[in-house]
Design a protein around this ligand. Structure first.
Ligand code: HEM
Length: 411
């Protein structure tokens, strides 16, 4: 079979497998979600709040409540307009407004907080002029501007010795399947996630409220379900590539020469992955794990709080010295959710910035790079210039088994 046909077949196989993987995961995700929704509805229908559920609700204006049984201080004023003190309606509603937690006898303890006042702080954090969106926008425009300037000065990094016409297999189908599962799901998650953060202000003026609502409802479904494909892709690439991404002395040489990215004709030695790619790999793994954990915590509200435990661990590692005070570990379920949402967005934005740079170098930025993930075969000159030590290893392996095993002339 000709090499081209074999390559096309392999490409078809990878795309087919990825598509099937996606479909299965989306199906499983929706099943899971549907099961939970039904479970939740059944649980709620079997719980009825008792008539006196909110024990401290005011019974009638001006009347005493259970929590008002506050003994007046000795020598306190007794004039009718002063005596109410902590028992007055304004004091009570002031407390409600400040987010005081009262007591309820229904299972949902969140109902004991009538007005969730720190929700305002949370809302301000993600509002149009809040820090999340301000720094998020700056980072996204920042990375695009940086890449643009880099492109203006360096242009496309060409294969210095031109195409040799000989191809080497760089990534096996299973590796590309894992990569595209991760990449495809990440792009969907990034687009639907950015819509949740910016869509209201950007899309409503363009498409109107109804269309935006439909887009966002569909986007939320995609976001919740495709997350499982992302996690699977993350585990796949971790298992397949972790051994190639452990730091080594060669990385120091690569870094010292700026990876040859800034100077034409400079090609520092590298094995399968160079130091820059190792940084990308670990950023994807660590940020990806964190965005997944906070995402799962958001997907199952109040079921998987993660911040109190994380803060307790950080405190035990000496967070106080950095922060100036121990991190709070008595977080209410609502505050847990707010922290999870803010952290999830921050980590996702950081990851998008890293991935925009990665996509640039894998497509426009470097001649011959895309083939590695497209067909899996790269030109030998490209491989020698960017991953010289890896080519030597491949040659040694091929020589040990069969000299013609890995390298084949291109058609
Ligand atoms: C259109 C989008 C993307 C393109 C064109 C692309 C392209 C590539 C290419 C060509 C390589 C192999 C480089 C080599 O042969 O040395 C690669 C590797 C890799 N990709 Fe992507 N990629 C994309 C999206 C993503 C996304 C979204 C993620 C993670 C969320 C990701 C994670 C990785 C990792 C961890 C590696 C190995 C380390 C590295 O080469 O930087 N990629 N990608």
């Amino acid at each position: 079979m000709s090499l081209r046909r074999a390559t096309l077949r392999r490409r078809g196989l990878v795309i087919g497998l990825s598509a099937i993987g996606f479909a299965i995961l989306i199906f499983l995700g929706s099943l899971f979600q549907a099961a939970l929704t039904v479970g939740e509805a059944m649980a709620q229908s079997s719980v009825r709040p008792p008539a006196n559920a909110v024990t401290n609700a005011p019974s009638a204006p001006g009347e005493a409540r259970v929590r008002d049984a506050v003994a007046p201080l000795e020598g306190a004023p007794t004039a009718p307009w002063e005596i109410l003190g902590p028992n007055s309606d304004s004091t009570l509603w002031g407390e409600v407004r400040q987010g005081s937690v009262f007591s309820v006898t229904i299972p949902d303890q969140n109902a004991a907080t009538l007005v969730q006042s720190y929700g305002i702080a949370w809302q301000n954090t993600r509002s149009m002029r809040g820090p999340l969106r301000t720094y998020g926008t700056m980072s996204l425009f920042g990375i695009v501007a940086l890449l643009f300037v880099f492109y203006l000065f360096r242009g496309r990094i060409r294969i210095e010795h031109g195409f040799s016409g000989t191809l080497i297999e760089r990534f096996k189908p299973v590796e590309r399947c894992g990569h595209w599962l991760l990449a495809g799901s990440f792009i969907l998650l990034a687009l639907t996630g950015l819509n949740l953060l910016y869509g209201r202000d950007l899309l409503i003026p363009l498409f109107g409220k109804e269309t935006f609502a439909a887009i966002t409802q569909g986007g939320k479904w995609v976001h919740n379900n495709v997350a499982w494909a992302f996690m699977l892709g993350l585990v796949m690439i971790f298992v397949m590539w972790v051994a190639h991404n452990l730091p080594s002395k060669t990385d120091l040489k690569w870094i010292a020469q700026g990876g040859g990215l800034f100077t034409e004709g400079v090609h520092p030695p590298a094995r399968k992955f160079n130091a820059g790619q190792k940084l990308i790999f670990w950023a994807v793994i660590l940020l990806g794990a964190s965005v997944s954990l906070s995402g799962v915590s958001l997907l199952f509200p109040y079921e998987l709080p993660v911040f109190a435990t994380t803060f307790a661990i950080l405190n035990s590692l000496g967070a106080e010295a950095v922060w100036g005070a121990p991190l709070a570990t008595d977080l209410s379920p609502l505050v847990e959710m707010q922290y999870a949402q803010i952290w999830h967005t921050m980590v996702a934005l950081a990851m998008i910035v890293v991935i925009v740079a990665h996509i640039y170098i894998g497509t426009l930025g470097m001649e011959g790079a895309f083939d590695a993930m497209g067909s899996g075969m790269v030109d030998r000159n490209w491989a020698e210039e960017h991953h010289g030590l890896w080519v030597e290893e491949q040659d040694a392996k091929a020589g040990a088994s069969d000299a013609s095993g890995t390298a084949a002339p291109a058609e």
